[in-house]
Ligand binder design. Structure first.
Ligand SMILES: Nc1ncnc2c1ncn2[C@@H]1O[C@H](COP(=O)(O)OP(=O)(O)OP(=O)(O)O)[C@@H](O)[C@H]1O
Ligand SMILES: [Mg+2]
Length: 355
């Protein structure tokens, strides 16, 4: 039976590792399993160095700690893991046997806090705040443009009747450009209907987008799929999700990449913005194109930010808005040869379908 105290340790977000004097792992908590993406079974009994080769230069410090009982803390320690690198703060404490305790063998206690994640959370919060402020301005502006635009178009139509055939070219230009602007403003304002909440299978969404893009680009791009089939269905507006993913995948294709990977994963106990969720869907669109231009990086999700001559710069802003209205978020990481846009969506949770 798990005691109350053990239960609390199980729920810590700090990774707790206990090693013996030979630096063999004796116990790890679930936060450690999540950090290393290994099960306790796989880790217990292993040498600390096998898990984390960078600990080798620290080994003498561990030995000192065990001898002197002086604990130490290292901040911003890189922790290279297969396929990713995280940064941790680490505190090491020696637990020494004492007469008053029932501890009979010395042990080393490691506490690891993933700090790049904390930094990421602060950035995310800012991203969401900025996004909300922009949306309010853009919606207001879109509304203000729409009304006079209708009048302009109507007047041009009336005028058209009074003009000779050769002069009508001018009114046609007015009408055509007014329609183009109308389309742009509609995209800026986003859908006016509230979002649906139906059960959605993310793989249907990804597959739908893949087939749309395949029809668009033919054999030019190779689509690879890397799905976790165990992801449950969740409440969402399927058309909106298709739109969001389509915007990401279309960007990846337009970035002259040869391969685009669509990936789905589950994250447990994951924080989006300020809310921690038990289960979060992680849908990734990865491409091998040249990467997001440096000049756009800080403002990428702003409306009208584009690096393409024919781009309107709305795709990412719209996708971010759709994610946010599902309680989620889109992030990206980019370098030449590997760009990943990640859509996080909380599973099993009601969201604000109107906002
Ligand atoms: N996967 C990617 N690789 C490289 N650059 C990208 C990628 N995704 C987006 N970008 C850059 O971000 C810019 C903004 O993207 P966004 O989708 O918001 O607008 P757009 O594609 O220019 O226009 P729209 O989507 O409205 O047609 C793009 O113009 C491009 O420069
Ligand atoms: Mg785009």
């Amino acid at each position: 039976m798990v005691s109350h105290a053990e239960n609390i340790i199980e729920n810590l977000t700090t990774a707790v590792v206990v090693a013996d004097t030979a630096l063999r792992l004796q116990a790890v908590n679930p936060a450690t399993e999540m950090l290393f993406e290994l099960s306790a079974k796989q880790m217990v009994g292993q040498q600390l160095q096998r898990l984390w080769p960078q600990t080798v230069p620290l080994v003498s410090l561990f030995a000192d700690t065990l001898q002197t009982a002086h604990s130490f803390t290292r901040r911003g320690l890189p922790l290279p893991l297969p396929g990713r690198e995280v940064v941790v703060d680490m505190t090491v404490t020696a637990i020494l046997p004492g007469r008053e305790t029932d501890i009979c063998d010395a042990a080393l206690l490691l506490e690891l806090t993933q700090v790049d994640r904390l930094r990421r959370l602060a950035q995310e919060e800012e991203l969401v705040d900025r996004h909300m402020a922009q949306r309010a301005v853009v919606r207001g502006l879109a509304h203000e443009i729409k009304n006079p635009l209708g009048g302009l178009r109507g007047a041009a139509q009336l005028l058209e009747r009074k003009l000779s055939e050769s002069e009508r070219e001018y009114t046609r230009i007015i009408i055509r450009e007014a329609d183009r602007l109308q389309g742009l403003v509609d995209r800026l304002a986003g859908p006016s209907r509230p979002y649906l909440q139906t059960q959605v299978n993310i793989h249907q969404v990804l597959e739908h987008v893949r087939s749309l893009l395949l029809a668009e680009v033919g054999e030019g791009v190779l689509f690879r799929r890397d799905y976790d089939p165990s992801i449950p269905e969740f409440a969402a507006d399927p058309d909106q999700l298709v739109q969001a993913v389509l915007n990401l995948v279309r960007n990846a294709v337009q970035a002259s990449s040869r391969t685009v990977v669509l990936r789905s994963r589950i994250e447990r106990q994951f924080t989006i913005g300020q809310r921690r969720h038990k289960l979060v869907l992680r849908a990734e669109v990865e491409d091998d194109g040249p990467g997001v231009p440096q000049a756009l990086r800080d403002t990428l999700f702003y409306p009208m930010v584009t690096g393409r001559a024919a781009g309107t710069g709305l795709g990412l802003s719209i996708a971010q808005d759709i994610a946010r209205r599902h309680g989620g978020l889109i992030e990206y990481a980019s370098r030449p040869g590997r760009t990943v846009f990640t859509l996080f969506l909380p599973l099993r949770q009601d969201y604000d379908a109107t906002g």
